[in-house]
Ligand binder design. Structure first.
Ligand code: COA
Length: 180
């Protein structure tokens, strides 16, 4: 058994997979980084890159509804990406699988990240726009608009040309999902 790409719904995640993902997050970002994937990413698709049965990288994509200039869009929010061992090519393989999914679906994929990851995402095949997380507002369940002005935009544009339209518009877009 060599390299495998496994895709599963949040509801199908095993306890072992959840603990591997959370342990890796806690190792980098501390105890507050634990996520309840089945709740927070309930509609997400999780992708695991395995080598000889061992998880080497993982990530998630979930449908996010967006309104821009009174028009509705549904994009895929790309998040939770992590390579267990860094700089061994596992992150690239994970994102090859994601981009294949985006090409198949024709949907736009959007991620937010920090400056230190931009070179990686460019090499992985995405486009980037520095600081453009500020074009996104999250409408929380109480109807309050939440902004986050600290982050770069990473994207793979689909048939809807959503990001091109967003960057051209003088308005911000409104998402139904907290910054993923
Ligand atoms: C970001 C991350 C997923 C990259 O995965 P990775 O497996 O280390 O990256 P790869 O080995 O597949 O690298 C692919 C290419 O990007 C380059 N690259 C990777 N990380 C880089 C970095 N931080 N800066 C510059 N280049 C980088 C590699 O050198 C490689 O280039 P090459 O094709 O010319 O050899 C990994 O560093 C990680 O898990 N980081 C912590 C979690 C995180 O920040 N996730 C992103 C959240 S938005």
């Amino acid at each position: 058994m060599g390299i495998q790409i496994i895709s599963k719904k949040a509801s199908e995640l095993t306890l072992k997979e959840i603990s591997i993902m959370n342990d890796s997050r806690v190792e980098i970002w501390g105890a507050g980084a634990k996520v309840d994937f089945k709740k927070d990413d309930a509609k997400g698709e999780f992708i695991f890159v395995r080598n000889k049965g061992k998880i080497m990288a993982f990530g998630m994509m979930k449908p996010v509804k967006i309104i821009l200039d009174k028009k509705k869009y549904e994009i895929l929010g790309i998040g939770r990406g992590m390579a267990i061992e860094k700089r061994k090519g596992w992150g690239k393989i994970l994102n090859d699988a994601r981009i294949l999914r985006l090409k198949e679906s024709g949907k736009t994929g959007v991620a937010f990240t920090g400056r230190h990851n931009l070179a990686f995402f460019e090499k992985a095949g995405y486009k980037i726009r520095k600081n453009q997380i500020r074009k996104f507002l999250y409408k929380n369940p109480e109807g309050k608009l939440i902004e986050d002005n600290d982050g770069d935009l990473v994207y793979y544009e689909g048939k809807d040309k959503f990001v091109t339209k967003l960057l051209k518009s003088k308005n911000k877009c409104i998402t139904d999902s907290d910054f993923w």
